[in-house]
Design a protein around this ligand. Structure first.
Ligand SMILES: C[S@@+](CC[C@H](N)C(=O)[O-])C[C@H]1O[C@@H](n2cnc3c(N)ncnc32)[C@H](O)[C@@H]1O
Length: 828
């Protein structure tokens, strides 16, 4: 291999001639580097001439359109992918064909029911009774059996597996109503469409309703949402859980996605932050009664950015883009993020490290390095007794590292000029790479690279690793020390459960990290972005930038980002939040605009001032809302009981001039107070649930704020005023028609009560039969909507998807479309 490739220049000609465009796999073509790369990856270069090659350079437009005419999808092949994973022996030789054939099949769709949502039981019975049978009879024979079934390992049968891919769901007419059901459920937060394997890491966190949880790399938020479901599911009826969830992502755009997706949960217990996870602030204060005060979490989820090849079933793109170097490039960042997670974990707490990659360099190598760096402070848990029905495989004990065309077994084998890119920590037989740390006695390594394809997962007892007094490892050992226990990691492989691949390791902190281990992880430099960067010519820097961008774009998750971003853009144009968006027809909104304009001079001045005082540029500061006269006015207008304190629980963002007031839980309040004390170390992108919104109606309302539907279920049991009780028929009409004249209610008494109420925001509660009105609103499961009592009409202030939800689950309207407001017949 490669013998004929001693003339890199000639090869370059081949590439340029065949590809019509100068493109390089990597390296600096002006220096020997490119030539070396060419020399070491000769087959890849040659493949680029092959029309079936995954590395083929795109043809010019004319040729492309010709090719499109026959529009065959690109082959699901990538020889270097196969070579890499065969060499890593991630599955046994006899399983290889099954593994590859499952990888080439589309991924079946899976979803989860939000057990903290009001209608979860109805959704459950809909699935069992309406859809299960009909899906099995409507679709082709091939899928008849178990077209839809619960995932056996997910608690409470809440997660479901379909025998169709997402594409089939979209395209197959027979599945249309089911697809609609899923879409609508996702929109209102009752259902989360998420890859099955991606639901596993939060389950191993074992989250309790009083836990403080940090989700370090959280966007787009499917796992954050799952954690929120857990803390809200087990809460006492009508009470907020004591838990706190901080969901963080370092990309602003992805934080927006995270905010949008978690908003569906309407939770007061969430803070979304925007930091590099490896530098997540600790908010440390001076000692408090001899104990240092700062951020500490009971649970940390470290679902790090990765090459994402565990999601390769989701599309052709991943096959084409796959490259063994991505794992090497991202390894150090993964270690640094996870180390920060360990530092922020409470003693006794649990951290889950996970990736959707199959690459041991991103998985076992990272876990091994964490154990090395943290010494005896952290242990890798054996969780084989948890989720017994989940089919899993043990972590690998040995692997190799590939760089360019070369495989290395130890760091010593790596050429000098690559040693700063191919790090010792990537190898199973590594010493710690972290300055100041020594390898712990109990940690061993293995250089056993048997040529047999099958892997022996059993680990022999300890004792084969010799450590001298300087605690240096003896690499001649041929066995992995069992204290290292990498077999305790979990590998989920696609052909075991017809899903994607995932890697999970559960770590337990047994004692505080030592001072030396607490050294702040220095700002992570991507191996491609070290000081070499400055020395590179501009053109090459751009190439690297592009490469990094591509790499980020290969960081994948269960949700399709582009689609989500589109959805989000669409959403933000339409409205502020998913739960409270149908205010177009309500005059207060246009009044708000007038109000904003009148005040804008003063406001922009104040905003500017606040921004200058505020630490984070481009992010609105979070302020406790302390205007007592406004709070008193709200309390008295809605008759809010003393047991529901607003004081210290309402916050606002400065630029909106307190247009929206967000309610935060006690746990969030404490973190905010700490953040203020430490000089705003935490960059907060969003927090709490919107509870009140300023209006400027000319209807003569005495309270400047109206309620938000998002927080109605939280507040209603504590409200004693502004509540009307409607019969089922009038309640249904309100949902259907949105605006009803007082005289047109079926129950004339209700119309009179509405007419005699002072203008302004009110709540209409569904009253069934002869229910006693003294108790209905106090029941947290009461069905209620936010309305506006106008001059002669009652106007519903609830978004179309939320109205549709109520109509569907409470009134059995199956195919009612509320999106098209113009088609709604108004009663007036
Ligand atoms: C695998 S995805 C996380 C998926 C997410 N946990 C979920 O379940 O929806 C990795 C995320 O890490 C973010 N990320 C990348 N580098 C980061 C860093 N240094 N700090 C924090 N987040 C980072 C990416 O923007 C991406 O959203």
């Amino acid at each position: 291999m490669g013998v004929a490739l001693r003339a890199p220049v000639a090869l370059r000609h081949l590439v340029v001639a065949g590809g019509q465009r100068k493109r390089y796999i990597g390296g600096n073509r002006k220096r020997g580097h490119a030539q070396r790369r060419y020399f070491t990856q000769p087959l890849e270069i040659l493949w680029r001439r092959d029309p079936h090659s995954p590395f083929r350079i795109p043809a010019p437009a004319a040729a492309r359109s010709e090719a499109n005419a026959s529009s065959q999808p690109p082959p699901l092949e990538n020889a270097s992918f196969e070579e890499y994973y065969k060499e890593q022996r991630i599955v046994r030789e006899e399983e290889w064909d099954a593994f590859m054939s499952v990888l080439r099949r589309p991924l079946p769709a899976t979803f989860r029911i939000n057990a903290s949502c009001r209608f979860w039981r109805d959704i459950f019975s809909k699935l069992e009774n309406d859809f299960r049978g009909s899906l099995e009879s409507e679709v082709s024979d091939e899928h008849v059996e178990d077209a839809i079934s619960p995932l056996p390992w997910y608690p409470g049968n809440l997660a479901w597996h379909l025998k169709f891919s997402r594409k089939q769901l979209r395209k197959n007419q027979a599945l249309e109503s089911f697809h609609e059901f899923l879409k609508h459920g996702s929109e209102v937060g009752n259902i989360t469409r998420q890859e099955a394997v991606s639901m596993v890491p939060p389950l191993f966190l074992n989250v309790q309703p009083d836990h403080h949880v940090l989700d370090m790399c959280a966007a787009p938020g499917s796992k954050t949402f799952q954690i929120l479901e857990m803390i809200h599911q087990s809460k006492e009826q009508g009470l907020l859980p004591r838990a706190l969830v901080i969901a963080n992502d370092f990309k602003v755009q992805r934080c927006d996605l995270l905010i949008h997706n978690t908003k569906r949960m309407c939770t007061a217990n969430l803070i979304v932050t925007n930091h590099e996870a490896q530098n997540f602030p600790s908010c440390s204060l001076a000692m408090d009664h001899g104990k240092p005060q700062g951020l500490e979490f009971d649970r940390v989820l470290c679902d790090v950015p990765c090459s994402g090849d565990g999601t390769i079933r989701k599309g052709h793109d991943m096959w084409r883009k796959w490259n063994s170097s991505t794992g090497n490039e991202i390894h150090l960042l993964q270690v640094n993020i996870a180390m920060r997670g360990i530092a922020l974990l409470k003693v006794g707490g649990r951290m889950v490290y996970s990736t959707c990659s199959m690459n041991p360099v991103e998985n076992e190598a990272v876990v091994a390095e964490l154990l090395r760096r943290s010494g005896n402070s952290v242990e890798l848990l054996d969780v084989s007794n948890e989720l017994p029905e989940l089919v899993r495989r043990p972590g690998l004990n040995t692997w190799k590292v590939k760089d360019g065309g070369f495989w290395f077994q130890t760091h010593e084998d790596v050429p000098r000029n690559r040693k700063n890119v191919i790090l010792p920590s990537m190898f199973p037989s590594s010493e710690s790479t972290h300055e100041g740390h020594t390898v712990n006695n109990g940690i061993g390594a293995n250089s056993n690279h048997s040529t047999s394809f099958s892997r022996d997962f059993n680990i022999e007892a300890a004792g084969n690793v010799n450590c001298d007094s300087a605690k240096r490892l003896d690499y001649t050992s041929s066995r992995v020390d069992s204290n290292f226990s990498l077999d305790r990691c979990i590998r989920i492989v696609p052909h075991d459960q017809d899903g994607g691949a995932f890697f999970i390791a559960v770590l337990h902190k047994v004692s505080p990290l030592k001072e030396s281990q607490m050294i702040e992880v220095r700002k992570t430099e991507h191996p491609l972005l070290t000081d070499r960067m400055e020395k590179l010519p501009k053109q090459h820097q751009e190439e690297i930038d592009k490469k990094l961008m591509n790499q980020h774009s290969t960081v994948t998750e269960a949700l399709d980002d582009d689609k989500l971003i589109d959805e989000q853009k669409h959403l933000s144009m339409d409205n502020e939040t998913s739960k409270d968006n149908n205010l177009i027809g309500v005059r207060m909104v246009s009044d708000d605009v007038e109000y904003g304009q009148a005040e804008s001079g003063d406001r922009s001045h104040r905003t500017k001032k606040l921004h200058n005082e505020h630490r984070w540029k481009g992010v609105d500061p979070v302020l406790f809302f302390k205007d007592n006269s406004v709070i008193e006015n709200i309390v008295s207008f809605f008759g809010i009981k003393e047991s529901f304190s607003l004081e210290g629980h309402l916050v606002t963002r400065s630029t909106d001039n307190a247009r929206r007031l967000y309610y935060i839980s006690k746990s969030v309040q404490e973190i905010l107070e700490l953040n203020v004390q430490v000089g705003e170390q935490i960059k907060i992108a969003s927090l709490g649930v919107k509870m009140f919104e300023r209006h400027r109606s000319k209807d003569g309302c005495s309270c400047a704020y109206r309620l938000s539907y998002e927080s109605l279920s939280l507040l209603l049991p504590y409200m004693s005023k502004r509540i009307l009780y409607a019969s089922p028929i009038d309640f249904q009409h309100l949902l259907q028609y949105r605006t009803i004249n007082f005289a047109h209610f079926v129950d004339a008494r209700f119309g009179q009560e509405a007419a005699s109420l002072m203008p302004g925001c009110c709540v209409v509660v569904l009253r069934e039969g002869l229910q006693n009105t003294d108790y209905i609103a106090m029941d947290p499961s009461a069905i209620a909507i936010v309305c506006w009592r106008g001059k002669a009409t009652m106007i519903v202030l609830v978004s179309p998807p939320d109205r549709k939800e109520l109509l569907e689950y409470r009134f059995g309207f199956k195919a009612f479309s509320v999106e098209d407001e113009s088609s709604n017949h108004k009663i007036d």
